[in-house]
Design a protein around this ligand. Structure first.
Ligand code: ADP
Ligand code: MG
Length: 364
C-alpha cells in the first residue's frame, strides 16, 4: 500500500530513444502523489504516450528510473503492478459479452467465480451499465463501450490507472459527460490516475495537476488555474487557452513591473516572469479577457497602445474583437456583454492598455 508521504509514481531523469539517436523523452522528472489525478497534456509527438508506456512496462527507459510505490518498476512483474489501462481504441474482446470482458482480468488473476461475479456486478454498477452485462460490444454505442472499457480497467481495483486519450473517439457532449464521470470515479475510489490528452479543455477541467509536454520535456507542472493564469514560458502561454503575444526588448525593470519596448517602438508595462535585465528579448503575453479599453480603469501613468479594430464578433455572452496592435494583426480581445460594454466597428482606432500584473514578460 502506498505510503502517504512518498510520491506514488516517480520518474527520475528518464530518457527514451527508439532509434538510438533522437531522444523523444529528455531527462524527465515527475512525482505523482497517491490519489492524484495527473494529466500529461501536449501536442502530438511530444512524448506523452511513450511516458505512459514506460510506466505501464510496455517500453523500457533508455536512461533513468521509474519508481512505483518507491520500488523500481522493472523489478515488479507487470501483472503485479496493479495498473489498469484505458486507451482510445478501447479494444473490448468482440466475441465476449460485457460481463465476460470484465471478468477476464479477474480470471487472469485466478479469482474464484463467486468473487468474480460480485466484482463484475460492482464495476458495472459503478459505470451505470448494470443491465448490459449480457450484451456483446457491437451491441453498444461508442460511449457505452468506453464505459465498459473503464469498468474493465477498474474491476480489479488497481491502485493506478493509466488512460491515453480515452475519449478521443466520442462526440463532444458524451466526452464532457465522461470527463465528469471519470474524475468523480477516480476521486471516489481514491485511485491515482495518469491521463493523457492533447485537449487543453479536458486537461483543465479534469486534473489535479497538469504536466505540459512539448518536445519530450515537461514545460510546466502546475494546477489548472496556475497554468492558465501563471504560464512560465511562451509555449505554455500559447498552448493553454487563447493568448496574445507581442515581441520586444526589456527597457527597465523595477521589482514587480517592467517596461518593454515593442518592436514597433511603442512601450508597454508587464510583469517580469523570466526576463532579468534591460536588453533581454521578450515575448509579452496577455489574455484576451484582460485587455482594457477604458483608460480610466488604468493607472494615470500606465502605458497604452494604439490599436485598430479589424473585426467585431457578437457572441451573445461576450463580444470578441480582432485588433491590429504593434504589428500583430491577430490580437484578440474578449469583453463581457454588459450594458456599458463598447461595441467597436471595424476600422475604428482606439487605445488599449492593461494592468502590468495581467501581462507577463516571458523569455523569447
Ligand atoms: P504523443 O503521445 O505525445 O503523441 P509519442 O510518445 O507517441 O507522443 O511519440 C513521441 C515520439 O516518439 C514521436 O516522434 C513518435 O514518432 C516517436 N515514437 C513513438 N513510438 C515509437 C515507436 N514505437 N518507435 C519509434 N518511434 C516512436
Ligand atoms: Mg499519444
Amino acid at each position: 500500500m502506498a505510503d502517504g508521504n512518498q510520491p506514488f509514481v516517480q520518474f527520475k531523469n528518464v530518457q527514451k530513444t527508439y532509434d538510438g539517436e533522437i531522444l523523444v523523452v529528455k531527462n524527465l522528472n515527475l512525482d505523482i502523489a497517491n490519489g492524484e489525478f495527473l494529466t500529461m497534456l501536449g501536442p502530438s509527438g511530444s512524448g506523452k504516450t511513450t511516458c505512459l508506456m514506460m510506466l505501464a512496462g510496455f517500453e523500457t527507459a533508455t536512461h533513468g528510473e521509474i519508481l512505483l510505490d518507491s520500488k523500481p518498476i522493472n523489478r515488479i512483474p507487470p501483472h503485479k503492478r496493479g495498473i489498469g489501462m484505458v486507451f482510445q481504441n478501447y479494444a473490448l474482446f468482440p466475441h465476449m459479452t460485457v460481463a465476460e470482458n470484465l471478468s477476464f482480468p479477474l480470471e487472469v488473476r485466478k479469482m474464484n467465480k463467486a468473487d468474480r461475479e460480485a466484482k463484475v456486478a460492482r464495476a458495472l454498477d459503478m459505470v451505470k451499465m448494470s443491465e448490459f452485462g449480457g450484451r456483446r460490444p457491437a451491441q453498444l454505442s461508442g460511449g457505452q463501450q468506453q464505459r465498459i472499457a473503464l469498468a474493465r480497467a477498474l474491476v480489479f481495483e488497481p491502485e493506478l490507472v493509466l488512460m491515453d486519450e480515452p475519449l478521443g473517439a466520442l462526440d463532444k457532449q458524451l466526452r464532457e459527460h465522461m470527463q465528469f464521470e471519470i474524475t468523480n470515479l477516480a476521486h471516489d475510489l481514491g485511485i491515482t490516475t495518469v491521463y493523457v490528452t492533447h485537449d487543453q479543455t479536458e486537461a483543465l477541467t479534469m486534473s489535479d495537476q497538469i504536466a505540459v509536454f512539448n518536445d519530450g520535456k515537461i514545460q510546466q507542472l502546475a494546477k489548472p488555474a496556475d497554468l492558465y493564469e501563471r504560464p512560465e514560458n511562451a509555449f505554455v502561454a500559447q498552448f493553454i487557452g487563447e493568448n496574445n503575444t507581442l515581441e520586444g526588448v526589456v527597457k527597465s525593470i523595477d521589482g514587480e513591473t517592467c517596461v518593454v519596448t515593442l518592436d514597433d517602438g511603442s512601450e508597454i508595462d508587464a510583469k517580469p516572469v523570466n526576463v532579468s535585465k534591460p536588453g533581454d528579448r521578450t515575448l509579452v503575453s496577455i489574455r484576451p479577457e484582460r485587455v482594457e479599453f477604458n483608460k480610466d480603469r488604468l493607472h494615470a501613468d500606465a502605458h497604452t497602445l494604439k490599436a485598430k479594430v479589424k473585426e467585431f464578433f457578437y457572441m451573445g455572452d461576450i463580444f470578441r474583437f480582432r485588433l491590429s496592435v504593434a504589428g500583430n494583426d491577430e490580437f484578440i480581445v474578449k469583453a463581457r456583454n454588459a450594458p456599458d460594454a463598447v461595441r467597436l466597428k471595424p476600422g475604428e482606432e482606439i487605445e488599449i492598455g492593461w494592468l502590468p500584473a495581467d501581462c507577463r514578460a516571458l523569455d523569447a
